[in-house]
Design a protein around this ligand. Structure first.
Ligand SMILES: C[S@@+](CC[C@H](N)C(=O)[O-])C[C@H]1O[C@@H](n2cnc3c(N)ncnc32)[C@H](O)[C@@H]1O
Length: 220
């Protein structure tokens, strides 16, 4: 399953994440530090979107071989523009399942993607397709909307207050309704089960800001 990012949603994406996700850049900037001990510097960025987490590698970027994959042509074209000079970065349109099994990655990220997929086998499938392409013990970093219905409800109230200086109230309300009614977040316990069924170690929640939780695990 794929969540289509196109039109305004794709072109406004950068403004959206910065205004809506508290400390998004701080989170993204922590990813290279989490991966700094990796020996096999071959990174899979699943759902790379506009290339934020690839760019966050900054000075480290030239030391990595990076493969970004995303099904949205509009998001990918923004990533291509930003990363055009980087010949160690390959950007592919499509899904993780389309990647050859011959390449094994030394690390992988999946940021702000899994909550768009239903827990009807789609989440497990994506996680397993990533795990299959990783080396044993390779680290996996994920950012996702996570929590019980109660946690999400309360944390959305907190989020409403945090973003109220930057986003008009009716837009905030629309986004809250969409998250509650249309996105497919799961509890921390369910996410843990999914990781372990997919071929990852029990994950640790190393980060949280309101509804957004950052998870760290490794390929079994
Ligand atoms: C919210 S954006 C996140 C982009 C980027 N990871 C970031 O943090 O800025 C979600 C991205 O996931 C992509 N996506 C949707 N379904 C996907 C799937 N099944 N596999 C991989 N990527 C997917 C969308 O096209 C979109 O670019």
């Amino acid at each position: 399953m794929v969540e289509i990012f196109e039109g305004d949603r794709a072109s406004n994406y950068e403004m959206f994440v910065d205004a809506w996700i508290p400390n998004y850049r701080e989170f993204i900037d922590s990813v290279p530090k989490l991966l700094s001990g990796v020996r096999e510097r071959n990174l899979l960025v699943a759902g790379c979107g506009t290339g934020n987490e690839i760019l966050a590698l900054g000075d480290q970027l030239s030391q990595w071989k990076v493969t970004g994959v995303d099904p949205s042509p509009e998001m990918l074209s923004q990533a291509r523009e930003k990363l055009e000079d980087m010949d160690n970065v390959t950007l592919l349109g499509g899904q993780v399942r389309d990647l050859h099994m011959t390449e094994q990655f030394g690390a992988a990220t999946l940021l702000l993607v899994l909550h768009f997929l239903k827990d009807d086998g789609s989440k497990l499938y994506l996680l397993a397709e990533i795990a299959k392409r990783m080396e044993v013990a390779a680290p996996f970093v994920m950012l996702d909307i996570t929590g019980s219905t109660w946690q999400i409800k309360r944390n959305l109230e907190v989020l409403r207050n945090l973003v109220s200086n930057y986003i008009p109230p009716e837009e905030i309300q629309g986004r809250i309704e969409r998250i509650e009614g249309e996105l497919h977040y799961v509890t921390e316990e369910r996410l843990t089960e999914l990781f372990m069924q997919a071929g990852f170690e029990r994950p640790v929640r190393f980060y949280q800001n309101t509804i957004y939780m950052g998870w760290y695990s490794r390929k079994v």
